[in-house]
Design a protein around this ligand. Structure first.
Ligand code: UD1
Ligand code: UDP
Length: 364
């Protein structure tokens, strides 16, 4: 019996790991353990997703919490090393690009445990983003690369990864979305509001920047309501700047706590469009066929722009205002498509590849 450990820590990890956990339930030769580092810990940043994704509780909780990059990464390493020594896993799987990802990857590799990275190869080519450092460092020590879109494969080959280590499998975040949407009514009733999410440090840590973006969005939206589930990182700057009270005073904004997964996808599905700086939301809107405006200069998910519904707008107020106004007028790009293999079975492909890998290791 092989033990395989999946490591999750922050909100987007849960959607990416849940389908893999579910797929391992049909593999009797593997004991799959879900380790939650506790990077995100508020009930609406963590527990709600375990419920919405039908995952039960994590097998092991490390309780690491918030801190500086060094503190958080180091705490995950110290705690996760103990788990690896106690469980002797045959493989560790890490997801995405958060601090918990790179921390667990370092621990596994240094203990000689084979490492799989789900959502490998994505690159924004902007090293000011903490996630880009996490992606580069994780991929430098990964053994099995699971890639969501063609650009990921290209980037890894460019970095010298051997082609046979790279599996273009599709997107497990879309597996979760497809599963969730199968429980919604088939007909999508488009509402009359926009959805906004913002949490990239470059957009929200400086209150002046945050206020500039919010005012451009508000002006572009005209009379439309904007529903804004506020990430905990964003809440502080919003309140400190006085903007929180001003937004409420306009009567145009609905400020919400961070939404659970089911609630959030319900919001998105009923909207006329989404404004975001999230990574995952760019992909989900492409799969759902809903217009998305991304308030960033770069994206590590180019297929959502080249094929999907995503518009990479940057953060210049006039550009933001005009893009929001266009979406509100219904002036959106026609002919968007969903990237190959975003079909709801990425986790099946991943688990089959891992089982094959483990068989080869046991019987070389
Ligand atoms: C992290 C990831 C980011 C990802 C995002 C998803 C890193 C470097 N960043 O950013 O890539 O896009 O998660 O949401 O890994 N906080 C709470 N409650 C919580 C969690 C956080 O109040 O449950 C607050 C704390 O004040 C904390 C701050 O949010 O200091 C930031 O949390 P952290 O996990 O460090 O980074 P995120 O901005 O959430
Ligand atoms: N999400 C959610 N509630 C929210 C905002 C986002 O459930 O209020 C979900 C979203 O549907 C996606 C994931 O969280 O599945 C994306 O996480 P986030 O934007 O925090 O991180 P990123 O993808 O930017 O790393």
């Amino acid at each position: 019996m092989h033990t395989v450990i999946s490591v999750v820590g922050a909100r987007p990890n849960f959607m990416k790991a849940a389908p893999v956990k579910h797929a391992f339930e049909n593999v009797p030769s593997v004991r799959h353990l879900l380790v939650h580092t506790g990077q995100h810990y508020d009930p609406n940043m963590s527990e709600v997703f375990f419920r919405d994704l039908g995952m039960g509780a994590p097998d092991i909780f490390l309780g690491v919490g918030s801190g500086s990059h060094a503190t958080q990464t180091a705490k995950v390493m110290v705690e996760f090393e103990k788990i690896c020594l106690a469980e002797s896993p045959s493989m560790v799987i890490v997801y995405g690009d958060v601090n918990s990802t790179v921390a667990a990857a370092l621990v596994a590799t240094k203990l000689g445990i084979p490492l799989a990275h789900v959502e490998a190869g994505l690159r924004s080519f902007d090293r000011r983003m903490p996630e880009e450092i996490n992606r580069i460092a994780t991929d430098a020590i990964t053994d099995l690369f699971f890639v969501t879109e063609e650009s990921g494969r290209r980037n890894l080959l460019h970095d010298g990864v051997r082609a046979e280590k790279i599996n273009l499998v599709g997107n497990t975040m879309i597996d979760s979305l497809a599963r969730l949407c199968s429980t919604f009514p088939a007909e999508r009733v488009a509402g009359d509001y926009l959805v906004l999410t913002l949490h990239r440090p470059s957009n929200v840590d400086d209150p002046a920047m945050l206020v500039k973006l919010l005012r451009a969005i508000e002006e572009g939206a005209g009379e439309r309501e904007i529903r804004f589930p506020v990430h905990p990182r964003t809440e502080g700057a919003l309140k400190a700047s006085g903007e929180y009270d001003r937004l409420i005073g306009t009567g145009r904004w609905t400020l919400l706590p961070p939404a659970g997964y089911r609630e959030f996808i319900g919001l998105v599905r009923g909207s006329i469009g989404v404004v975001t700086d999230s990574g995952g939301v760019q992909e989900e809107t492409t799969w759902l066929g809903i217009p998305c405006i991304t308030l960033r200069e770069t994206t590590e998910r180019p297929s959502t722009v080249e094929q999907g519904t995503n518009h990479l707008i940057g953060v210049e107020p006039l550009m933001v205002l005009n893009a929001v106004a266009r979406i509100c007028r219904g002036d959106v790009r026609a002919g968007a498509t969903v990237p190959p293999l975003w079909d709801g079975d990425a986790a099946g492909r991943i688990v089959r590849a891992i089982v094959q890998y483990l068989q080869q290791v046991s019987h070389p």
